[in-house]
Design a binder for this molecule. Structure first.
Ligand code: ADP
Ligand code: MG
Length: 437
């Protein structure tokens, strides 16, 4: 992974476009000097092979870790990828980026990829690389604040840079509706139609807004058909999957499902931490202690906009009050955003109690430094359950077991995960604890 960062830095500083590709790849294994890189799309693989692979191999050889790199396309995405042509996409620096009503910060390189958004992100890249030829329409749904608009704008920027003459329009469904209303009022329906139909790419954000609005749906239906027939790219977002949006005509729902429907889920803890780190870096927020990042990630679980807002707020509060950024202050500044733990929530303490009981120890023994095999196993089982059943960060779990290092928890989780596959005794202990929770 270190080599990998090194590689992105080295090549990335000379050629910005590689960042987009490399940031979506993941090093997956290093065996006999061969590094395997997981590439989300066949197109990405083509690009890397054609433009960067030789250079990466040279850099890799310099590290002394090995000499060869192979690219693999992740199987989770592979099935979704139709064959695509090899296309060279000449790129210029972020030029022209803020035209089109697109937010210049919403680009692929600022979008953090994790388990919760890996698929929509990979699919967005594919659409951006080859608009009209992959998933059409491309439909992203998810709750508010999870990155739908960010991804749509990122697609827009990518297309605009690769092909500046693309005719592209990004609108909220609300704007589409208002435009239609004023076109009707002013008798300028033709102008409206030209504006929405003479396009290569149409993006409509938050399409749930047109629910229950029949005339808007009728017009959108016709717009959709015209564009789709001409193989123009349509990108749509909503807060629910097409079928679940009440008040949308069936014929529209079925069209929304023609292409790819993909969802963005709330990010897991690691992704939240990564997003906070990325935002801190982008905003040049220095000196935000790691435990404060953890604290925010842990307490703001389900909305990335709030996550970002929290970060901005603690920086602002610290500046204004001349107070240091630490957990204590952060918990005061973010009080209204931090959701109280619901009563009866699963805590590490409860897990420790139940584990001690199940294995026939006291909690003191479980947390002691004693190292008999059974005690060690019980501790590991408790860490494993804590990892599965609470949202506590690894380091917090480690602390709760009087360990200073989160890798102890990772080790424990891997070990128990392996054990329960074959060892029925351990499996029933773990099941027992989980059931009691
Ligand atoms: P939505 O449209 O789903 O309501 P947005 O796209 O407006 O959400 O995202 C809300 C905020 O969170 C934006 O500032 C966006 O940059 C940020 N954000 C969302 N997902 C990510 C991500 N994966 N990486 C970085 N920032 C993200
Ligand atoms: Mg949005």
């Amino acid at each position: 992974k270190e080599f990998y960062k090194y590689c992105v830095d080295k090549i990335g500083s000379e050629d910005k476009s590689i960042e987009i590709y490399l940031q979506t790849c993941m090093p997956v294994s290093l065996e006999e000097g061969v590094l395997a890189l997981d590439v989300p799309t066949p197109f990405g693989e083509d690009q890397i092979r054609a433009r960067y692979l030789d250079k990466m191999k040279r850099l890799f050889a310099e590290t002394g870790f090995g000499s060869d790199i192979k690219l693999v396309v992740s199987s989770e995405n592979q099935n979704l990828q139709p064959h695509r042509e090899r296309v060279e996409t000449p790129r210029r620096a972020d030029e022209g980026a803020s035209k089109n009503g697109l937010n210049p910060n919403y680009v692929f390189s600022t979008f953090v990829v994790g388990k919760s958004n890996r698929l929509p992100h990979a699919a967005s890249l594919a659409v951006a690389e080859s608009p009209g030829n992959t998933y059409n329409p491309f439909f992203i749904w998810g709750k508010v604040g999870l990155g739908k608009t960010h991804l749509m704008h990122a697609i827009g920027h990518h297309i605009a840079v690769a092909n500046p003459i693309t005719k592209m329009l990004y609108v909220s469904a609300e704007k589409f509706t208002n435009d239609l209303i004023s076109a009707i009022r002013n008798g300028s329906s033709d102008g409206f139609r030209t504006r929405y139909r003479d396009l290569d790419v149409l993006m409509v954000d938050d399409v749930q807004f047109i629910a229950g609005k029949e005339q808007t749906q009728e017009e959108f239906f016709n717009t959709f058909n015209t564009l789709h027939n001409a193989k123009k790219q349509i990108i749509i977002s909503a807060d629910k999957p097409p079928k679940d949006i009440e008040g949308i005509a069936d014929r529209l729902v079925s069209r929304f499902e023609w292409g790819l429907v993909t969802d963005i889920q709330p990010p897991d803890l690691e992704t939240r931490v990564a997003i906070l780190q990325k935002k801190a870096e982008l905003k040049n927020y220095m000196n935000i202690p790691e435990d404060v990042i953890m604290f925010i990630a842990q307490n703001i679980p389900s909305n990335i906009r709030e996550l970002e807002g929290s970060l901005n707020r603690i920086v602002a509060c610290s500046d204004l009050n001349h107070e240091p950024i630490n957990i204590e202050n952060a918990s005061i500044w973010l009080k209204d955003l931090i959701k109280e733990h619901p009563t009866g929530a699963v805590t590490i303490g409860l897990i420790q109690q139940l584990t001690a009981e199940a294995f026939g120890f006291s909690v003191e023994e479980l947390l002691s430094k004693k190292r008999t095999a059974d005690l060690a196993l019980a501790r590991q089982a408790a860490m494993y359950v804590a990892r599965m059943k609470t949202n506590e960060p690894l380091i917090q779990i480690a602390y709760a077991f009087n360990k200073k290092d989160h890798t102890v928890v990772i080790y424990a989780c891997n070990k128990i995960a392996e054990l329960i596959k074959t060892d029925l005794r351990i499996r029933s202990f773990v099941d027992n604890i989980v059931n009691k929770l």
